[in-house]
Design a protein. Structure first.
Length: 184
């Protein structure tokens, strides 16, 4: 099965995820979610200023009013993702945080060394309950299969996955001088 077939399976015959342009979309419900998100962000700012005037930074971070508003903003971010996906078929990445260092780069060039970053996924796993043919060593194979799937999905979305690995008991370490031909 190729990657296109997998995308088709995930979304069925939904024309939102097809190759044809989508015409006649009424954006009013999309704007409604953005307006609600904007209002919540303004409410958060007002509350944060007020809470910070009462408490130190650590206490303000843990204030129930702040936590409730952060939860509301998070839920509205998820709602925005869902409405963009449901109405337009987009897989938007609007809530990630990226600090712009002010340098403009050429998007057609491969990432420069300073643009690379590492991401980690870890699990604490106990043995299966009851009698099982599975050993703790089998977990590494499952994690490795998951890593291959994640790497494929990142590559499908245009990211350059230069290395990935799975290990047991210790974090995967990448050597800066590794030859890219050795990458799984």
């Amino acid at each position: 099965m190729n990657d296109h077939d997998n995308d088709h399976d995930e979304h069925g015959d939904n024309p939102l995820h097809g190759v044809d342009p989508l015409q006649g979309v009424d954006p009013s419900d999309l704007h409604g979610v953005v307006d609600a998100l904007s209002a919540s962000l303004h409410e958060y700012i007002d509350a944060a200023v007020g809470v910070r005037a009462e408490f130190g930074a650590h206490e303000a971070d843990e204030d129930p009013r702040i936590l409730a508003l952060e939860s509301r903003v998070s839920n509205l971010n998820a709602e925005l993702y869902d409405v963009l996906h449901d109405r337009l078929g987009l897989h938007s990445d609007l809530t990630g945080m990226t600090w712009d260092d002010g340098e403009e780069g050429d998007a057609d060039l491969p990432p420069q060394e300073e643009e690379l970053d590492t991401f980690h996924l870890g699990f604490v796993v106990g043995p299966p309950a009851g009698t099982s043919d599975l050993s703790m060593d089998s977990v590494l194979g499952i994690v490795d299969d998951g890593g291959a799937e994640i790497a494929r999905r990142l590559t499908d979305r245009g990211f350059d996955v230069t290395e990935w690995g799975a290990s047991r008991g210790v974090p995967v370490e990448f050597e800066p001088d590794d030859d890219e031909d050795d990458i799984e």
